[in-house]
Every structure is written in C-alpha cells, then in structure tokens.
Design a binder for this molecule. Structure first.
Ligand code: AGP
Length: 615
C-alpha cells in the first residue's frame, strides 16, 4: 500500500525518484519522503499529504542540495502511527547515518524496540519501520559490513517487509530486501533502480529482476548482486516488463477511471483473440495446467478473493456451476484464512486478484497450497507475488490499472471466468454444443455492445446529476447479477462515499424494505428473458409503493418500465448469462459521474489503496 523507489545513477536523482513515486501515487498514501546522498551526507525531506507538498518542500530547500548521486523515496499509507511528519519515511537510526524506507508490517517490532531502547537507541516515531533502521544500524556497528548487517537484521524481523537502505559511510550503494512484500530491481546502464512496483521504473527501463522472499539486492550504478539470506549469490533472470509507459497517461480523459472504463471493449477483444477462434472450435485455455483426466473428475472448486475480485469470483461460481456442473465455493480471502476449510489435494483453488499482491488472498492461497491443492491464479499482474505462487496462471491482460476503483480489470476477470467455465464444460462434455456456440457468439459481440453504451452516456450523466444529492442507495438484482449489484454499489461507495448496498431483490422484503422511503433510491438490474425478470419487477413495485425513487438498468423496451421507473438506463440486449459483463459498465459510469459531479478525487479516493498488502 506504500511505495518505494530507490535510484543510483547518472540522471537527476530527485526527478527519477519523483517520477517513480508519482507513478505509484495511485496506490494511495498519506505522506511522502525522500533521502538523498549528497556531498557525502544523507539529506532527508518529508511532507504530509500529496506528493506536490514534498516537491514544494524540496524547492524550498533547493539551496541545500548540490548534486545528489543516489536516493530512496517513499509514499506512506499509515499502519503504525498516524500520518505525520515524524512517522513519514525515510526513518533513520539514532546517529542519522543509516536511513530506511519500508513497505509491510513488522509484527514483533514492539519487542525489538524495547531491546533496542535498552541498547541506547533513541526512537522518534511510532512506526514499526524505525525499528528496522535501529536494528540494521546496531548490526552495522558490530560488523562494519552493511550487507551482512542487513542480512542479520532481517532475520530478526517477523512479518512483511520490502526495505531499501542507504548508509552515509557506505557510499555508492543502495540495498533492498524483501519478505512477503513485493520488490524489484530495475536494470539500466550506468544506473539501477529499486522499486516496490513496476510503474515506478517503466519510464526508464523495461528490464527488471524480481526479488523473491528472503533475497537481498546490493545495487550500485553499474552492478547488481542478489544474495540469499546467508549471503550466497543467486543468479536471477532479468525479465522484460510487460508494460508500456503510455499506460500511465490519461490520454485526454479527465480521470484514469474514465479512460479505463472506455478501454473495456478492446480489452475484451484482446482476451478473446486466441482463445475463441470460431464458435465451433473449443476454447483454447492452455494456461490451465491440469491434465484432462483430472479435470474430467474435478468436482470441487474454491475461489478466494477480496473486494471487486470477489464479485467477479461470485459470477465465476455461477458460470462454472451452470456450464460445467462443478460445485464451487466462493469466500472472501480474509474469512477463508481463519476457519477450518475442506480444501484438500483434490480441490482446485482459484485466487482472483487484480494486483496479485493482496495480502489476505496471498495468505489464503498459501494455506491452500500447503493442503496440496492445485492453485489457479486469475490476475492482471503476471509479474506479481500471487502469479509466482500459481500452478496455473490466467493473466487477464487488462493493462495497468491506475484508478484505485477497479473497472477494466473486473470485466477482464469476468471474461476469464467465461472462458474457464466454457473450457471446463467442454472438457467434461457438460453442456449442449449449441448453447456453447450461442454463448461464444454473444461473447464475441460484447465489445460492440459495450461500445454502444460508451458512445452515449447522456442518460447516465443526467441520472448522476439528479441523484447525486442522495445519501443512500439500494441496488437490487437476482441470480447471476446479484454480484453485479454488489459491485455497482461498491463502485459508488468507493469513489463518491455515498452509502450504497446491493441486495438480492427477494431479500428486500425480509428486512431492508423497512428503510425505504423517498430518500432511498433503488436501482434494479432487469434482464428481459431472464428467469428472475418478473420477480425483480415485482420487487421494484414494492419499493415504489414505499415512495422510493426507482432507477432501472435494462434492455427492455417495455413502455410499462418507463411508467414504473423514474429513470431507465437502457443497454443493448444480451442473454441473462452474459449480462454481468455488460451491466457492470453503466454502473461504473453512474458511480463515476456521481463522484465527478460531487467533485470527489475519483482516481484516488480517501482511505483506499490500489493494492492492500496488509491483512
Ligand atoms: C476495487 O475497486 C477495490 N479497490 C478493492 O475492492 C479491490 O478489488 C480489493 O482490494 C482486491 O484487490 P485485488 O483485486 O488487487 O486483490
């Protein structure tokens, strides 16, 4: 949730670290800081709030800087200690010679802190990170070897860390280390980088080395050495980063979220390309590395995910059960971790995650892995931790998603689930061939239909304007679109801070109906021809009878709909089974335009981070 950038090389150090931190900004943060090696000294600058404040701080103290040759920067999302200057990174040891930035949480920091205080260390902040600075400095005073000191120190840490360290007395080197938190080394010429995520470096290099747990990177401007925790050198593969710098540009859109919503048709085309050659041929999903005989016998799947990915997983369950007849459990990762599950070696466990770094899901996947399950990961980040844990990996190929609110990655996850469910159905012979053909045909048509929605958003914009003053919303749906209602409500909550809740329409009368009056709009998702269409219509009438304002999301041309509902958001028709992949788009747009109308920080909503790397 925090971001790290370290740089050593010939470019302007401040600029490189700033660009890097700016490209990590979307992950969310509350303070920022930078430590620079300049004139043989370590100079530190910190600020609260946005990166612009740190820039100002540096401009104000420009005269203090001569020619920095290396530096480490950080954006912080507070976990231990409130957002404040003193708690912002980088942190230093008592004498100020050693400085560190850190992502993750040190679980045993209180014990270590007590021990270090007894040894004379002076603590200034409330953070767990400061413990690392004192611990490494303490080891360094014994060993006079920074690399060894870091190796010794990290062995005493419990929890998660990605750290980047500089020491005044050890010139020309920055050192990174990681455990349970991502870190990579960007490989350049006469320059090298350390970062917590790819966007921090893609403007400068496309080559990177991904550190694994318990590895340490000793980085100078013209050398990179990776060792294990015992100091043994490891030969790591230099990988080519899958991203282009243009992914970090808004391309004329006001917000990344709007740009990413508009990217969805092309993303679907790209995913389908190479997976469905024609509607008569089977889906090609070579990413699933389970032999056919095992797949044929497969009768239990568990899907674990969080947030938006959890909603995609709920739809995935519906599809796999419907198409392939395999029983599927879906559970939030944070719940899965803390109960006795029935996961075993015969269970296929699917982890779904945009970022591939969500701590709850990573822990859940680890547990499932220990039980011998085959792990299939569906992620937008084939370079992530989760991807590395996979036995089978389905990259959703949505391209880098900058807006904190997930949109295009969600649609891409859904499309991946359609392909997986069809693949399983074809292998098991569980579905009528003509039905499969129709679904494939509809899948191929999806981009055009979404383009139709995106080409005229006036009703959605008008609706957003007229409903933006409401403080509460209810979204109702049934069957496969229940998760669509959850996701639509989540989008609205995340970026507009309006209280929105998704309910199974049939559940309304069992309690939530008590809340209905003219202050509580109800949005109904109605797919004509769907098995629950009439029922949702009745549930909407029940809401109308309690004076709730009604919004319909539907492809129905029935004039009675226009009479019943205050607003009708019309979308092109698709069958009920395909409808989640199209209904999500107007709901994303509605949330976007409401938040935009209210003047909210759409791409970086308060309190949220793009990837949640703490449990
Ligand atoms: C999505 O809009 C949210 N920001 C959030 O719910 C997110 O989906 C969740 O934190 C899971 O993230 P992941 O997909 O990267 O694992």
């Amino acid at each position: 949730m925090c971001g790290i950038v370290g740089y050593i090389g010939y470019r302007n150090v401040v600029d490189v670290i700033f660009r890097g931190l700016t490209n990590l900004e979307y992950r969310g943060y509350d303070s920022a800081g930078i430590a620079l090696r300049d004139e043989g000294k370590i100079k530190i600058f910190k600020s609260l709030g946005k990166l612009g404040n740190l820039k100002e701080e540096l401009i104000n103290h420009k005269s203090n800087l001569v020619n920095p040759i290396a530096g480490i920067g950080h954006i912080r999302w507070a976990t231990h200690g409130s957002p404040s200057l003193v708690n912002a990174h980088p942190h230093t040891c008592t004498c100020g010679k050693l400085t560190v930035v850190h992502n993750g949480i040190i679980e045993n920091y209180k014990v270590l802190r007590e021990e270090l205080i007894k040894k004379g260390c002076e603590f200034r902040s409330q953070t767990d990170t400061e413990t690392i600075a004192h611990l490494v400095a303490n080891e360094y005073s014994n060993t006079k070897d920074l690399e060894l000191a870091i190796r010794n120190a990290v062995q005493k840490l419990q929890g998660a860390y990605a750290i980047c360290v500089m020491h005044k007395d050890v010139p020309d080197v920055i050192i990174g280390a990681r455990k349970h938190a991502p870190m990579l080394v960007g490989v350049g010429e006469n320059e090298n980088f350390i970062a917590s995520d790819t966007p921090a470096i893609i403007e400068y290099t496309k080559k990177a080395i991904y550190l694994d747990d318990n590895e340490i990177a000793i980085v100078t401007k013209d050398s990179i050495k990776i060792t294990d925790i015992n100091g043994n050198t490891i030969n790591k593969k230099v990988e080519i980063l899958p991203w282009e710098p243009v992914a970090l540009s808004k391309l004329g859109y006001k917000h990344f979220m709007l740009k990413e919503i508009h990217e969805q048709p092309d993303i679907i085309r790209n995913i389908l390309n190479g997976k469905i050659y024609d509607i008569d041929s089977p889906v090609v999903l070579n990413e699933v590395k389970i032999d056919i005989e095992t797949l044929k016998k497969l009768n239990k799947i568990q899907i674990i995910a969080c947030g938006t990915s959890l909603h995609a997983a709920m739809i995935g369950k519906y599809l796999i059960e419907d198409f392939a007849g395999i029983a599927v459990d879906v559970e939030p990762s944070s719940e899965y971790i803390y109960r006795k599950t029935t996961t075993d070696a015969s269970t296929l466990v699917i982890g779904v995650s945009q970022s591939g770094e969500t701590a709850d899901t990573i822990t859940a996947i680890k547990q499932a892995k220990e039980k011998g399950s085959h792990i299939l990961i569906i992620t937008n980040r084939p370079d992530s931790n989760m991807a590395r844990m996979a036995n089978s990996l389905i990259p959703v190929n949505a391209g880098i998603e900058v807006s904190v609110a997930a949109t295009k990655s969600y649609t891409a996850q859904l499309i991946s689930f359609y392909l997986l469910a069809l693949h399983l159905a074809e292998i098991k012979g569980a579905m009528d061939k003509n039905v499969i053909k129709n679904i494939k045909h509809e899948l191929i048509q999806l981009p055009i239909k979404i383009e139709e929605i995106l080409s005229n958003t006036s009703t959605i914009q008008e609706c957003a304007k007229n409903f933006s003053s409401f403080k509460n919303f209810i979204y109702i749906a049934r069957g496969i679109n229940l998760a669509t209602a959850f996701e639509g409500a989540l989008k609205l909550k995340e970026i507009s801070y309006i209280n929105a809740t998704g309910y199974a329409a049939g559940e309304l009368k069992h309690g939530p109906i008590a809340m209905l009056d003219e202050t509580m709009p109800v949005l109904s998702i109605l797919v004509p021809g769907g098995i629950t269409y009439e029922k949702i219509l009745s549930n909407s009438e029940e809401a109308k009878a309690r004076n709730a304002k009604l919004i319909a999301l539907t492809s129905s041309s029935d004039p009675n709909i226009d009479k019943l509902f205050d607003v009708v958001i019309r979308i092109p028709h698709v069958s009920e089974i395909l409808s989640p992949a199209i209904c999500c788009v107007p709901l994303q747009l509605l949330a976007y335009y409401i938040a935009e109308f209210l003047g909210k920080d759409v791409d970086q909503p308060r309190n949220l981070a793009k990837s949640v790397t703490v449990e």
